[in-house]
Write a protein that binds this ligand. Structure first.
Ligand SMILES: Cc1ncc(COP(=O)(O)O)c(C=O)c1O
Length: 481
């Protein structure tokens, strides 16, 4: 890597120069660099942010036509991450997932996807009109979550579907579990598949040896990362990395033009440029610090007797900056713990589920933050203990037969029928009991008697249903006959 060149941030510099030039604007956005914005908004976000909120001005390019500073910034990012080409995205990894699928597959091609993939992956499948075969990742009964893809699971799916053209992987997971992307990619490449990786939770991996290897280094063909999730990109700012020659670059670029706003904010793009520079220059020390802080948190919570999860058995790699803890054995659900920390201690976690709370420890934290979190959890653990929450294994249902592609089902005319009369009908909705958030049915799949019975039992147990048009499932939408 050329460290001299990496110390530059051409897009950020171009934006700074534009703002400092004192130009009087007659262009979008209508607030004219904050001058017309409501004063209360200017006071909250600062005039500087609004001055940088520009798009499509002379002298600056953007991610649609990256032939000046944005092109240079993307090349620097490609070098930093070890990719052949990097694309800056302003619509998150959601649009990156959609673009990877729409680029690599044609209508009716077959793609292998983990059943617990993020919903933007399922939208990508729908938009591209592909057929999809799902594989399942191992379920961790104690944590109550699915982990990353395994060699066994993916090999079995490859054997079962020799005609598949692409393998989709999600790694690391929201909880920090990482797959052996290197071996999975080698396996898939041997069989002629392209490998697409949702590495939304991995923009930092490249910059510390104690973190799992990044999928870009592991040789995957396309990898999307949410720079806004764990490093300094602004919300919605992500990167898509391309490696090797298996992907049609021209098609990828047209798909990206289709999926993103034609008015990308220079502010978001500049945040990607400086985030890359920060990681190249200081990533090792910043990530070392985040790892130490996460370790401090785990130690502190451990001393309180609070269960904290680290590298789990059978999981290839673990991102130790993710702090996952649980007070379920003291009777507090993850949701209750998250609310307590927010409303009693003004600490907002990343998310919670029935059993766990997930906190991100990043380059933005200090020891004092960790100590506050430990003290707040201590306070929670002193509240009147309740009955321990049982670690409830999710009811498993076989993946139903698929009669239409998700796109065909989505485009079909539909009707609503009572759930108990929906046997053998093709579902138009996704039906996903949450937790654990694995779809039992996706558009195009057939509702069986055992599935309907299982769904009724889930509802009775008080499980929330996501995705369905009627979340109470009094009725479901099925393809009209
Ligand atoms: C695994 C995974 N992939 C993709 C996304 C979507 O990323 P973005 O918010 O950057 O659109 C998320 C969002 O949480 C996610 O968890």
């Amino acid at each position: 890597m050329d460290f001299d060149r990496q110390s530059e941030a051409p897009y950020f510099d171009a934006l700074a120069e534009y703002v400092r030039s004192g130009v009087r604007s007659f262009h979008m956005p209508g607030h004219q660099q904050g001058l017309g914005a409501p004063p209360e908004f200017v006071e909250l976000v600062g005039l500087g942010a609004l001055q940088c909120d520009i798009t499509q001005v002379l002298g600056m390019d953007d991610n649609h036509r990256a032939d000046q500073q944005c092109g240079q910034a993307q090349r620097l990012a490609a070098e930093a991450y070890g990719a052949e080409h990097t694309y800056f995205l302003v619509n998150g990894s959601s649009c990156g997932n959609q673009a990877m699928l729409m680029t690599s597959l044609r209508e009716n091609d077959l793609v292998l996807v983990p059943r617990n993939a993020h919903r933007s992956t399922l939208t990508g499948v729908l938009l591209s009109g592909t057929r999809v075969a799902y594989y399942e990742n191992p379920y961790d009964d104690e944590m109550g979550v699915f982990h990353a893809p395994t060699l066994e699971g993916v090999s079995a799916a490859l054997d079962l579907h020799p005609q598949a053209r692409a393998l989709f992987l999600t790694s690391p997971t929201y909880y920090g579990a990482a797959a052996d992307v290197h071996r999975l990619t080698a396996l898939a490449h041997q069989r002629g598949l392209v490998v697409l990786v949702d590495e939304a939770w991995g923009p930092h991996l490249r910059f510390h040896p104690d973190l799992p290897p990044s999928a870009v280094q592991a040789g995957a063909d396309l990898v999307v990362q949410s720079s806004h999730k764990l490093v300094s990109g602004m919300s919605q700012a992500s990167m898509l990395h391309l490696r090797g020659n298996r992907i049609d670059r021209g098609r990828l670029e047209s798909v990206l033009r289709m999926l993103q706003s034609t008015s990308p904010s220079c502010l978001l793009l500049a945040s990607l440029d400086v985030a890359r520079r920060q990681l190249v220059q200081h990533g090792l020390s910043l990530m070392s610090r985040a790892l130490e802080l996460a370790q401090r948190a785990r130690r502190g919570l451990g001393q309180l007797g609070v269960r904290c999860y680290g590298h789990r058995p059978g999981v290839f790699g673990w991102d130790a900056t993710r702090l996952v803890f649980s007070l379920a054995d003291r009777g507090f659900s993850g949701y209750e713990a998250e609310k307590f920390l927010r409303y009693r201690h003004n600490l907002q976690m990343e998310m919670s589920d029935r059993l766990n709370v997930v906190a991100l420890i990043t380059l933005g934290h200090q020891e004092t933050d960790i100590d506050r979190l430990i003290a707040a959890v201590d306070d929670l653990s002193r509240q009147t203990p309740q009955q321990p929450l049982p670690a409830r294994s999710p009811r498993r249902q076989p993946i139903p037969e698929s009669r239409l592609t998700p796109k065909q089902a989505f485009n079909a005319w539909w009707e609503s029928v009572p759930l108990e009369q929906a046997q053998d009908r093709i579902c138009v909705d996704t039906i996903c009991p949450y937790p654990p958030g694995i779809a039992w049915v996706v558009p195009g799949e057939v509702l069986t008697a055992s599935l309907i019975e299982g769904l009724m039992a889930e509802l009775e147990a008080g499980v929330t249903i996501q995705g369905a048009f009627d979340p109470q499932l009094h009725t479901v939408r099925v393809v009209r006959e």
